[in-house]
Design a protein around this ligand. Structure first.
Ligand SMILES: *[C@@H]1O[C@H](CO)[C@@H](O)[C@H](O)[C@H]1NC(C)=O
Length: 342
């Protein structure tokens, strides 16, 4: 074998091995929001993730069926989750044909994209369309079958901690009485269709709103002593928050096996002082990543494959609050904001 082709083979093999190890070990993803004025174009972003990053982040979530992003994703091995924007929920829920049109426009043409979840509303509960989420989920799921997509695409929805009334201790976790009438049937639908509930978990916001009762160390995965809940020992607020959702789903279904996926979590580099800063963002996301990679689930759900999407790729300067503008882990020129990704 000529030396050049031997080198090429070795490099190809190495890349393949890296991809395999990263894809099998990690259920780590990233959120790709686009409310920023100076962001690179979608083809550059997807090219960077696939080529330069060699799929070190194998899962990507987008917030709407943006055709430019979808075109760029075609033919890649990224696993893609996509939200149905809230304003589209009423038409999907009410109009007999619209779910089918939606699938026909936004999923069917992209047969070479590896879709995982279609997320009907991102934090639409609470909200004006909260009462229509389940109906829209049902319609979209029914619309998948004629396209032969039922086995490939999972219909779900995403909720934030705003739907919980109690989350401390985790075993007290339950959906707020205001929303339990909506969430009970939604969680049952997810259970029946073997779909996960997508949750958004922000220890940063919990800490910033209650610094008297929550320690920074606990929020950053490094408490000196664990916090006990019955026989469970919690070493992070993140795990406690995930388990509060787990308990809440158990209470409305009577079953322990509604899967949970963390669709958003992260820490801003600017926002509420003294919590939002570069050092804390670095510590939070790196410790989070280590937990996800460790594959040990949470105290309540040790077998849970803790699929987690870090919020987010880039800062979004067009969002409203300072925190929300500063969760990015890459600069628009693809430099790392702090060391997190390989
Ligand atoms: C990505 O890789 C290409 C080819 O190796 C290189 O030219 C480019 O500068 C890299 N881009 C970034 C943002 O690292």
């Amino acid at each position: 074998m000529a030396p050049a082709s031997a080198v090429w083979m070795a490099m190809a093999l190495l890349t393949l091995m890296q991809q395999l190890s990263q894809i099998s070990g990690a259920d780590l993803g990233v959120n790709y929001g686009t409310k920023g004025s100076y962001l690179p174009c979608p083809s550059q972003v997807i090219n960077f993730l696939t080529n330069n990053m060699s799929y070190a982040i194998p899962l990507v979530r987008i917030y709407e069926p943006d055709t430019e992003i979808l075109e760029a994703l075609k033919g890649t091995n990224l696993i893609v989750s996509m939200a149905v924007p809230d304003p589209e929920i009423p038409q999907i829920a009410w109009d007999d044909n619209y779910a089918s049109t939606w699938v026909n426009t936004n999923i069917q043409p992209y047969s070479d994209i590896r879709f995982r979840y279609i997320i009907v509303g991102s934090e639409s509960i609470p909200g004006p369309n909260a009462g229509l989420v389940l109906q829209a989920m049902r319609r979209l799921r029914d619309a998948l079958a004629p396209f032969g997509l039922l086995d490939h695409v999972v219909i779900t929805t995403a909720v934030s901690a705003a739907v919980l009334i109690n989350s401390y201790p985790p075993s007290a976790g339950q959906f707020s009485p205001e929303y339990v009438g909506l969430l009970g049937p939604i969680v049952q639908f997810l259970y029946d269709t073997k779909a996960p509930l997508i949750i958004h978990v922000y220890p940063y916001f919990a800490l910033a709103s209650d610094p008297e009762h929550i320690s920074l160390d606990y929020a950053l995965f490094k408490p000196e002593t664990p916090i006990l809940d019955g026989t469970y020992r919690y070493f992070s607020l993140f795990e406690a928050m995930v388990d509060a959702f787990a308990y809440a789903t158990e209470k409305v279904t009577g079953a322990m096996d509604v899967k949970i996926v963390v669709g958003e979590t992260g820490w801003p580099t600017a926002g509420i002082s003294p919590f939002a800063n570069m050092g804390n963002a670095y510590t939070y996301n790196n410790n989070l990543k280590a937990l996800v990679k460790s594959d040990r689930g949470t105290p309540r759900r040790p077998d849970l494959n803790l699929e987690t999407y870090i919020f987010e790729l880039f800062n979004e300067n067009l969002k409203e609050s300072l925190d929300d503008q500063n969760f990015g882990t890459f600069y628009p020129n693809f430099d790392h904001v702090y060391k997190l990704w390989p």
